[in-house]
Design a protein around this ligand. Structure first.
Ligand code: SAH
Ligand code: SF4
Ligand code: F3S
Length: 472
């Protein structure tokens, strides 16, 4: 019990109440700035679903302050970029986007530009913004989300630039408003931060230590989502398997069972599972809970034990394969997906081939594959990295071609079978959505079915997407 208290640093309720007072103050200043016009915000999120979920909370505050949301950046009164630092590519895109705002702001000098999220937590980044991007008004890191009303109020009333970035283990702020992007699909964060320090990864540095929300808060939010008509809830955390680790509170497997027991027609997904903490108990819970999708995203990163060791992943190829075989034993139809890094520093071609043989052995439904990207401050960024980018590019293509064959075979095997699909979009007479196993499928149907579960028989397969027809 003591341990769990040590691991959770809750923002006191009074601080959130204080932010509500800032909402009222910011609203008044904004109204006088807008002279009767309505204020519009353009919010763009880079990175993972955790960031998307954070943005829903930031939008919650913005909406209370009086902003509505627009997709037209040119006419926006406020632009907010919630940034990601995980790879160089994400980093470059943010700087490209911020650079492109300069001429827009010249035309609209009252526009407020806000940068937040993981990249802003890095000193070299916010220093560069401070020096070279004077038109950015507000910068805050990943530990300031609950203080957006206060920070924005200071910008709105004073015209001064505000920077609010600091190092901390991190806290949990309950009671923030949420402006959800969708009605029938919902993100539900269950924990924040990461303690794993995989040697290539920046996340533990920019997100602070791992901390779990109270199960009572998670369950209350799950009930709220379901009551509001949500059909697809994704539980979020960098390593959901270690939910409440080190305390005698509810484990992740128990949490799944509790959410599964809530009445209603919905499905439960979760990400990300770390193989080091994935237990047979969790796989049993997945198998037994009828509302839990039979889909496991279990990033392996590499199929070679030496590379896994250098990555500090904490499991071997054998342990990974034992999880896969147990998962398939208790859920024969389970769909497995994974993340892979190609060209980790010092990886040889033979070691890379072990990854190819692993994906062939497992037969993943789909893969997220990345070429290793050095991140300043991480252990791997200081390791010798002799293989050229071109060579890594060739390995990358070899891996994706191997996966294409696997995925297309898996999809062909689905022809003739019927799956439960949540219809998510309607376009040109066609509905599209995902199976429980997260495979995309389109089928003819009526727009009124968007947001409901449909029984769909697969009629054809193209690489890794399917086409089908409604049954019943
Ligand atoms: N917590 C999750 C992953 C979060 S980051 C987990 O451990 O599985 C999402 C993915 O980005 C990782 O799984 C990894 O494959 C990739 N990634 C992270 N850092 C990277 C880097 N420096 N270079 C390339 N890919 C990286
Ligand atoms: Fe990064 Fe590893 Fe944490 Fe995932 S578990 S966020 S890869 S350090
Ligand atoms: Fe990127 Fe931060 Fe997520 S670095 S992947 S947005 S936790």
């Amino acid at each position: 019990m003591i341990q769990s208290e040590l691991r959770r640093f809750d923002v006191p309720f009074e601080q959130i109440s204080k932010q509500r007072e800032y909402v009222a103050l910011a609203k008044t200043v904004l109204e006088s700035r807008m002279c009767g016009k309505s204020a519009k915000a353009y919010v763009h999120t880079f990175g993972c679903q955790g960031n998307v979920s954070d943005s829903e909370r930031l939008k919650g505050w913005l909406s209370q302050i009086g902003y509505s949301f627009t997709d037209d950046i040119e006419s926006a009164d406020l632009v907010l970029y919630n940034t990601c630092a995980v790879r160089e590519h994400a980093h470059d895109r943010v700087f490209g986007n911020v650079g492109a705002l300069k001429p827009i702001k010249e035309k609209n000098p009252d526009m407020i530009i806000v940068l937040c999220g993981c990249m802003m937590q890095q000193e070299h980044v916010w220093q560069k913004i401070r020096k070279s991007y004077p038109y950015v008004n507000l910068v805050f890191g990943t530990h300031s989300h609950h203080r957006l009303p206060e920070l924005l109020y200071n910008v709105l009333r004073g015209g001064k630039r505000v920077f609010d970035v600091f190092e901390t283990e991190g806290f949990i702020a309950e009671g923030m408003p949420v402006h959800r992007d969708g009605t029938f699909k919902g993100w539900l964060p269950i924990m924040y931060g990461c303690n794993n320090f995989c040697s290539y990864c920046i996340v533990p540095y920019v997100r602070g230590r791992e901390r779990s929300r109270k199960s009572s808060d998670v369950l209350a939010e799950a009930r709220e989502l379901i009551a509001a008509g949500c059909k697809d809830i994704t539980l979020l955390g960098q390593n959901v398997n270690s939910y409440n680790r080190g305390s005698d509170e509810m484990s992740f497997a128990q949490l799944l069972r509790e959410i599964n027991a809530i009445e209603g027609d919905f499905r439960i997904r979760f990400m990300t599972s770390h193989p080091k903490d994935c237990t047979f108990e969790l796989l049993d819970a997945m198998a037994e809970c009828e509302k839990v999708s039979k889909h496991l995203h279990l990033p392996c990163q590499s199929g070679n034990d030496r590379v896994l060791g250098e990555m500090n992943r904490g499991y071997t190829r054998e342990k990974y394969l034992s999880l896969v075989s147990y998962a398939r034993k208790v859920m024969p139809d389970i769909s497995l997906t994974s993340d892979i890094i190609v060209g980790f520093p010092g990886e040889t071609y033979e070691e890379f081939k072990d990854t190819v043989s692993l994906i062939e052995e497992v037969g993943f439904t789909s893969l997220f594959t990345f070429i290793y990207s050095p991140r300043e401050g991480t252990k791997a960024s200081r390791m010798p990295d002799p293989v050229s980018r071109e060579e890594k590019g060739r390995w990358f293509r070899e891996l994706t071609q191997a996966q294409e064959k696997i995925a297309s075979k898996r999809c062909s095997n689905m022809i003739g079978r019927t799956y439960r699909v949540l219809a998510e979009e309607f376009n040109g007479g066609m509905l599209s959505g995902r199976t429980d196993g997260s495979v995309m499928i389109d089928f003819p149907g009526d727009e009124s079915l968007v947001g409901s579960f449909c029984q769909v028989r697969v009629t054809s397969a193209r690489n890794w997407t399917l086409s089908g027809e409604l049954i019943g």
